[in-house]
Design a protein around this ligand. Structure first.
Ligand SMILES: O=C(O)CCC(=O)C(=O)O
Ligand SMILES: [Fe+2]
Length: 375
């Protein structure tokens, strides 16, 4: 679904051209213009309409379309995904109400300190996304790498059944109904994710369509409400501030719902370092492959770098000085259960492609990755 952009302020091309760092901005303009504004044509669209209850032939076709996209790019738009438009509208509305609360109220559900799985409210600047995995003794390097704060705030919800990672809720009277809604939405997203995991299994040639489901009870997923406040476009373009720098996701797959603001960009695998816009597309979610599925598939499926950057310029409204619109998105990260043992799939292993990774449990893998994310 597409949420209409709320133009609190929009970038103008003039703004870039009149600025001192002309060269850099011209590049930005051509990069934005070269991207297809209705969704990059790099990212395929797959319609799930005839998946549930569909014939074996149409299921097979959809499964190969999805797995092809996961293999080539790691990103795919999915339509008729099964999250009703009004439910999604409601989710964005809860998100706006949450982030509109005064900071002191949001801080009643603070993210726990340290590199734990994310829960509760993360305030602007807390998280500094980086792609580096640090080993013990590299703390200085880690601190130096993180000068640029992420201008975003988020609220993360896990399942109530993951006892080692309890949720951090606001007191009920601060936002009555929030806990009930987000819990319901969490499980609705998992229903959708299960179908996508089935399609991937079928598409990569596993005999058992439910293979991945046996490792995913749903308890280890994470629903994330994200708000990127308005920010001066120039500071964003200059990397003085970041919305979300390039990273890959850690889990199996991620489902992403975004509003109409734009700014999500995906690295083009045929031109590393070149990012294309993954524009909001009406009624579509974006699914991407996470690092653990890439590892599981012996690198057959791709976990691709993506980031949230300056949205493409819009000529509609010019506001000076240009400020980007507020942006809301809702990723849903799907991960195997903590004890799941991830071993390169035999369907993705042959003489030319021997297993590239040793066994690892999800829990071990998660700990290794979490150290890079929070100070
Ligand atoms: O906000 C977005 O569109 C992307 C968020 C994302 O990539 C993440 O949270 O990992
Ligand atoms: Fe991501």
């Amino acid at each position: 679904m597409q949420h209409q952009p709320r133009h609190l302020g929009t970038l103008s091309v003039d703004y870039y051209q009149s600025s001192s760092k002309r060269g850099m901005r011209s590049n930005l303009i051509s990069q934005h213009r070269s991207a297809n504004m209705t969704g990059s044509n790099l990212i395929p669209v797959v319609d799930l309409d005839s998946w549930t209850g569909g014939s074996a032939t149409s299921r097979k076709r959809i499964a190969s379309e999805i797995s092809d996209a996961c293999r080539r790019l790691g990103f795919v738009y999915v339509t008729h995904h099964g999250v009703a438009a009004d439910l999604l509208e409601e989710a964005f509305s809860w998100s706006r109400r949450l982030f509109d609360l005064p900071l002191a109220k949001k801080m009643l559900a603070p993210h726990p300190p340290g590199p734990s799985v994310h829960r509760g409210y993360s305030w602007p600047g807390l998280e500094k996304v980086s792609q580096t995995v640090y080993t013990d003794g590299e703390e200085d390097k880690q601190a130096a790498d993180r000068k640029t704060p992420d201008v975003k705030e988020s609220y993360e919800v896990g399942s109530e059944d993951l006892l080692q990672q309890p949720n951090v809720w606001l007191p009920e009277d601060v936002l009555p109904g929030f806990r009930e809604f987000t819990t319901k939405f969490y499980w609705r997203c998992f229903d959708v994710a299960k179908e996508l995991l089935r399609a991937i299994a079928l598409g990569i040639g596993l005999d058992d369509e439910d293979f991945f489901l046996r490792f995913h009870s749903g308890v280890n997923n994470q629903l994330r409400l994200l708000h990127y406040p308005p920010v001066e476009a120039e500071r964003l373009a200059n990397n003085e501030v970041a919305r979300m720098p390039a990273h890959s996701d850690w889990g199996t797959i991620t489902l992403l719902f975004q509003d109409g603001s734009g700014g999500l960009q995906v690295e083009d695998p045929s031109q590393l370092g070149h990012f294309v816009n993954a524009m909001p597309m009406t009624d579509a979610l974006i699914m991407n492959v996470g690092d653990l599925l890439m590892r599981w598939s012996n690198d057959y499926l791709k976990s691709t770098l993506h980031r949230v950057a300056l949205p493409p310029p819009s000529q509609d409204i010019e506001v000076k000085p240009p400020i980007t619109a507020s942006r809301y998105s809702i990723p849903y990260f799907v991960a195997p259960d903590p004890t799941a043992v991830i071993e390169c799939l035999s369907a993705c292993v042959d003489k030319e492609n021997p297993p590239r990774y040793p066994l690892i449990t999800q829990e071990e893998y998660g700990k290794m990755r979490a150290r890079g994310q929070y100070l």
